[in-house]
Design a protein around this ligand. Sequence first.
Ligand SMILES: NC(=O)c1ccc[n+]([C@@H]2O[C@H](COP(=O)([O-])OP(=O)(O)OC[C@H]3O[C@@H](n4cnc5c(N)ncnc54)[C@H](OP(=O)(O)O)[C@@H]3O)[C@@H](O)[C@H]2O)c1
Length: 345
Amino acid sequence: MTYSLTRRQSLKMMAAGIAGLMMPGVPLLAAKNTGVEYRRLGRTDLKVSLVGFGGLSIGLAGTEQQRVSRLLNQALDRGLNFIDTAECYGHPDKNHSETLIGNAVGSRREDYVLCSKVGHENGHFGQGADWSADSITRTIDRSLKRLKTDHLDIVYLHGCPVEVLQAGDATEALIKARKAGKIRFPGYSGSGERVKAALDSDAFDVVQLTLNVFEQNAIDDLLPLAAKKDIGVVAKRPLGNAVWRFPERPEWEWYAEYWDLIKPLEYPFFQGGLLADPGPDGAAGMALRFVTSTPGVHSAIVGTTSPGRWTQNNANVSVGSLSEAQYQAIRESWRALPGNQRALG
Ligand SMILES: NC(=O)c1ccc[n+]([C@@H]2O[C@H](COP(=O)([O-])OP(=O)(O)OC[C@H]3O[C@@H](n4cnc5c(N)ncnc54)[C@H](OP(=O)(O)O)[C@@H]3O)[C@@H](O)[C@H]2O)c1
């Protein structure tokens, strides 16, 4: 049997060879782009874009398919290669985050590193936890279908308590899925003491933890240990949900506890015109650059429902890290707040 390649296929194969030589582990389209930084995700050896995509907002809002398809395809074409979602981001039957992502980009699976989570097979947004091995296995199988793929690169235990980690069944279910070729790396996603226990257990190759200008505990409490063990670190809620956009205190406590910190923190980029400035020195730019300037962070997964956002956020990060003085000023303002040592997440 002979095969003849189209010009497009030949070019794709040539580019794949070049990309493979240049940057092993970076998907083809991503490697062709410039102005995008990729970081090695700890001992996984995956290379992920410094600005990733967080799939919570699209599920929360039930964003329409066409919009998500535009948003994700455009971002992948420009260098995004890291997509995060979860088992419980959205209504199971209508515009669930996993389904939206699978429909949007399942046909170009080789272009991105894909992560999902387990622990809430039948619950929405972190409610109704079930940490049994059977439920975890069923949830992974469902994610594969929704995401139109035969493997997930990372599957996180989605915030289980320390006792569940210690019991071991949930972790064992991930190991079993790995042996079956359904997942490549087990991970843990959560905050504070729970992430610390996950790091201590050494059972996970990647952790997803909360880090932003409002919540900085992870810098002292978790990042040094992750670095010592060469565990991948993904920053969630990196913009602090961009709560400065709300003129009134939001009703949702999740947002409100950050909103309450805007005034006391007195960050210069939360003042006047800089609040709405879309560039690197405005509120969104500075908040994201704070996270990406933090040593030991490999990717910041920004949630968005807006086509063009990834490009904007990537451009902001591309100008480089904050200066030491800028970075330390943000640390100092945060440390000066009463109660700043408590974990919010
Ligand atoms: N326990 C867990 O495992 C857990 C918990 C929370 C989050 N996560 C993960 O982390 C991801 C990120 O967290 P998140 O989505 O809660 O919060 P986030 O990324 O801090 O903020 C998302 C919000 O920021 C807005 N935004 C993005 N870029 C902006 C910009 N340049 N200027 C102004 N606003 C901007 C988005 O609005 P637009 O739609 O207008 O862009 C969206 O409403 C989630 O999507 C999810 O994947 C995991």
